[in-house]
Design a binder for this molecule. Structure first.
Ligand SMILES: [Zn+2]
Length: 160
């Protein structure tokens, strides 16, 4: 679209994007989320995951002040992880509660997180997939947007 070489296909938009457009698009998603979830201070809950490194990059890029710690109000849960939490609670009896945590990465699909980490030379630490993640991946392939819908459901229900 922009003339640069496309690196990723986005099934839910039926569009190919290049790394720079993907970055701009996701940074915009991040900022929109942060505008809607303002807090006095941000402490990012440290984790060894790509979504954490990308989230920290977005905080710096957005000029947001933050601390890092083992406890805090901002977690790096991705859209995929949130969708899995919702489905797991529907399938089993693990109760789902959205809680008060700020989850800016929940607006970003995991595969886009990985793509951006390799573009930005951030550590690529892939998450181990559970049965539910594999199941959701196969559904997502046939019905792009399912994870997005589950994430939306999480926000509308807050508790399940
Ligand atoms: Zn582009």
């Amino acid at each position: 679209m922009c003339g640069r070489r496309a690196t990723l296909y986005l099934p839910y938009l039926d569009r190919y994007v290049c790394d720079r457009c993907l970055l701009r698009m996701n940074f915009r998603r991040f900022r929109k989320y942060m505008r809607e979830h303002k807090a006095k201070r941000y402490t990012l809950v440290k984790s060894r995951s790509s979504s954490y490194y990308l989230m920290r990059y977005f905080f710096s890029k957005g000029g947001l002040e933050f601390k890092e710690g083992s406890k805090g109000n901002v977690v790096s849960t991705t859209q995929d992880e949130l969708a899995e939490m919702v489905l797991a609670s529907v399938l089993g009896n693990k109760k789902f509660k959205l809680g008060k945590k700020i989850m800016p990465m929940s607006v970003i699909p995991e595969r886009e997180v990985y793509r951006l980490c390799s573009h930005l030379k951030l550590p690529l630490v892939k998450r181990k997939l559970s049965d539910i993640s594999k199941f959701l991946d196969s559904v997502e392939k046939r019905r792009p947007g399912v994870k997005f819908s589950l994430r939306k459901l999480a926000y509308s229900l807050k508790e399940l």
